[in-house]
Design a protein around this ligand. Structure first.
Ligand SMILES: O=C(O)CCC(=O)C(=O)O
Ligand SMILES: [Fe+2]
Length: 305
């Protein structure tokens, strides 16, 4: 038997594993501070997707995010976002100030689960902060802290809600911003098909004392919902506001959110487009091994096609 040369893991690393991997109920929101994200912090905030791709600082920051995600589960990405890159950039894009996407700025980003419409949405979302001079807060709420009447809870557990794909997965948005990868046609076709079939899903599932939530208010049109379903969404939104937590991320902060038990959003802020704007980087993680979820990933990759 060979000798182990691996030193003991740092306490913080062990703690992330314990908190997020606990079988019964993982911690729903964890903030790591003082993470060394490397020389990426010296790069100006990009004006467009992929601007710094030739910089080794980007590869290093990708690797650090990937390693952090690997403490929790399996990092993965979608072929339909930012050319299928593993770590997604979140910074304000000129002329997109009022969109309901991470690249907005003036408009507050509505409460949502990451990729709420997608059957392969993440179990955990990591938000790594490169800079946040504008001090715009990320908002989040844990579903079990949301107080609702029995009747509203009953409505929210009915499979009657339609969540449309958000625009970050559309061929047109990607073609106009990051560009699209050559082999991503099938992925965009599948997203378009999801938009056409509009499956009806519940907003709340799971145990009443530890509910799972899936919602994206900006992509749930009033017209396709009954009056009672709409009223339940209004009540849910108010209750989320009442229970909301806020965190102003600083450089080196990494916010880990359980994407099944929390919803999140962001305050509005004024973009400057001078290289000093707010810049986060986001990573999706699933808990199970890809072997257990065969078919989810494109062959030989960690990418949902
Ligand atoms: O900017 C933030 O704080 C959150 C961004 C976000 O929710 C997203 O990019 O999906
Ligand atoms: Fe988000």
């Amino acid at each position: 038997m060979g000798a182990s040369l691996i030193p003991d893991l740092p306490a913080g690393v062990k703690e992330i594993r314990t908190l997020t991997r606990s079988d019964c109920r993982p911690e729903s929101a964890i903030l790591l501070s003082g993470v060394d994200l490397g020389p990426i912090v010296d790069l100006p905030t990009p004006d467009f997707f992929g601007q710094h791709d030739a910089s080794p600082a980007i590869s290093l920051a990708d690797g650090i995010a990937f390693l952090l995600g690997s403490l929790i589960g399996t990092p993965y990405c979608f072929a339909s976002q930012q050319r299928g890159r593993m770590v997604l950039d979140v910074f304000p894009l000129a002329e997109h100030e009022n969109r309901q996407l991470g690249c907005s700025s003036t408009a507050p980003l509505e409460w949502h689960n990451e990729d709420a419409f997608h059957p392969h949405r993440a179990d955990f979302t990591l938000l790594c902060c490169i800079r946040n001079d504008q001090r715009a807060a990320t908002r989040f709420v844990v579903a079990r802290d949301v107080q609702l009447d029995t009747e509203v809870l009953r409505e929210l557990r009915e499979p009657q809600f339609v969540i449309m794909p958000d625009e970050s997965h559309s061929n047109s948005f990607n073609a106009a911003t990051s560009g699209v990868a050559a082999d991503s046609g099938g992925a965009f076709a599948r997203i378009a098909a999801m938009a056409n079939t509009s499956p009806r899903v519940p907003v709340l599932t799971g145990a009443p004392h530890d509910p799972l939530i899936c919602v994206d208010f900006a992509y749930m049109a009033k017209e396709v919902h009954s009056r009672r379903a709409t009223a339940a969404l209004v009540a849910l939104r108010e209750a989320i506001e009442a229970a909301a937590c806020s965190v102003v991320l600083s450089p080196g902060d990494v916010l880990i959110l359980d994407n099944r038990r929390t919803v999140h959003g962001r305050e509005g802020f004024d973009a400057r487009y001078d290289g000093t704007d707010r810049w986060l980087r986001r990573l999706n993680v699933v808990r199970e091994s890809p072997v257990a979820t065969a078919g989810r990933f494109a062959p030989g990759t960690l990418r949902v096609n």
